[in-house]
Design a protein around this ligand. Structure first.
Ligand code: ATP
Ligand code: MG
Length: 455
């Protein structure tokens, strides 16, 4: 069953139930109000009859005794405890035909007998020693009330009928308006699936202030996000293919050269071997970086440990110092600074930043470590060539290099900072680069402090 049919049925059933309840309520409320006066009159008449001492002598009970109290449309009778009618006067056959029921309490009720409404009041006759000796019953035909109630019933029936007739009609248009945006959303999703295009919902849909508008806005945000991911994915594949193709082209051309001339010319042989070797090294580095990037992207943080940053900086700086033969100055402000993370990945992050600082500067490199509020702050500073300010926001993109020729000379693949950013984000931290062309660059990493003190 479609959502629309279900909503329509549900609203019809509810409307019907509510109408039936209200009709029932109105009927009984009006009946009570219109009979209240009659009830009062019957009660006072019963009180008058009960003042007669003869009533308390069952042997004297007779219809004649009750005759004096009879009015039009009235029934008066005395019922003995065995349920027998011992005395009865009535102004009509219909009233006296009503079966007698003995009761031990005061009781008032309205009986509908073949369209005739009769009001009954029953009062126990209590003799000596508080023992009930009989029941006085008074009945009154409610002709005027009955006619009025008939009119009311007719009116309520017409109302209920109209509601029954119109509620599906209203439900039809109401559910149509309600389901329309959902259908529109479904259509858009189907088109996206079949054509593979990223389609946004119209502003007409998303401008609404209700939950459907909210749904539309979230849907559009999701599509924009997917589109961006798709664009980056395509960009990445194109860049990666290009980066892998360049060294392969060099290798291919040198091997062709060797096949043609290399066998005879030792100079060409040497040149070709050197070029093939350096391009192979570059290719290997590129593939290594790609694998590292994929690994960092794939793995969520599994095990976090408190890492003593000062120690990690010192050991990494020492390692880089030996590898590159360059001086790295380490300045630690807080020896105890710890952040919770993955030590191997944090080391990788430091290597990426130190590698850049060393590669793109000739003077000493400085590493600082301190604490700021809830963060451990690491700064890697160099006094190198710097980065043009308009390029700064792009550096964390994969394969992005400021000056491709200059980087190729230093062997960079443009993946280092992309990996660094992934690592920092995995640790819920932040990374930024500040640079002044010709002055130097500062990379600042902020990582949340570890709450645990154990190492
Ligand atoms: N400290 C720095 N000084 C000057 N330029 C820098 C510095 N750090 C990064 N850059 C510029 O940003 C670019 C991107 O850096 P990234 O580390 O991502 O790649 P890479 O160093 O070229 O290659 P990889 O790190 O993958 O070997 C570099 O090519 C370089 O142009
Ligand atoms: Mg780098």
């Amino acid at each position: 069953m479609s959502l629309r049919t279900r909503l329509m049925l549900l609203s019809c059933v509810w409307i019907l139930l509510i109408v039936i309840f209200f009709n029932w309520f109105i009927y009984y409320y009006i009946l009570k109000k219109t009979t209240d006066n009659e009830v009062r009159q019957l009660w006072s008449k019963a009180q008058i009859i009960l003042r007669d001492p003869e009533i308390y002598a069952p042997s004297h009970w007779n219809s004649g005794q009750l005759q004096q109290y009879l009015e039009s449309d009235t029934l008066i009778r005395i019922i003995s405890p065995d349920g027998a009618v011992r005395a009865q006067v009535s102004s009509s056959e219909e009233l006296s035909a009503h079966p007698a029921t003995y009761r031990t309490q005061y009781h008032t009720y309205v009986q509908n007998e073949l369209g005739l409404l009769i009001l009954f009041v029953q009062v126990p006759i209590v003799g000596k020693n508080n023992v009930q000796i009989g029941l006085l019953e008074l009945g009154k035909g409610l002709n005027v009330v009955a006619a009025f109630m008939d009119l009311l019933v007719a009116g309520l029936t017409v109302t209920t009928g109209s509601v029954l007739l119109f509620s599906p009609l209203v439900g039809f248009f109401y559910t149509k308006a309600l389901v329309r945006p959902i259908r529109q959303l479904l259509e858009t999703m189907r088109t996206i699936r079949s054509k593979g295009d990223f389609i946004l919902l119209s502003p007409q849909f998303t401008a609404k202030k209700d939950e459907l508008g909210e749904l539309g806005r979230t849907f559009n945000e999701m599509i924009v996000h997917l589109q961006e991911n798709d664009r980056r994915q395509k960009h990445f594949v194109a860049d990666a293919s290009h980066e892998l193709k360049t060294p392969l082209t060099v290798i291919e051309s040198y091997t062709s050269l060797l096949r043609r001339w290399g066998g005879r010319d030792p100079v060409i042989q040497q040149e070709a071997l050197n070029a093939i070797h350096s391009e192979t090294v570059r290719l290997k580095g590129l593939i290594d970086a790609l694998l590292r990037l994929a690994e960092v992207e794939r793995l969520a943080m599994t095990e976090l440990h408190p890492v003593r940053i000062a120690e990690l900086i010192r050991s990494t700086a020492e390692q880089m110092r030996r590898a590159f033969g360059r001086d790295i100055i380490v300045r630690i402000d807080s020896e105890e600074a710890r952040c919770s993370g993955d030590e191997a990945r944090l080391k990788q992050l430091l290597i990426i930043l130190l590698d850049n600082a060393i590669k793109y500067s000739r003077k000493n490199v400085l590493v600082e470590c301190g604490e700021e509020e809830r963060f451990v702050v690491i700064r890697v500073m160099d006094q190198g060539m710097g980065i043009p300010s308009e390029e700064l926001p792009l550096l964390f993109e994969r394969f992005y290099r400021v000056d491709k020729a200059r980087s190729r000379g230093t062997g960079g693949s443009g993946l280092g900072l992309a990996i660094a950013k992934q690592i920092v984000e995995l640790h819920q931290g932040s990374i930024r680069l500040d640079s002044e062309e010709g002055e130097g660059t500062t990379a600042t990493v902020k990582l949340p402090k570890s709450s645990s003190t154990a190492v």
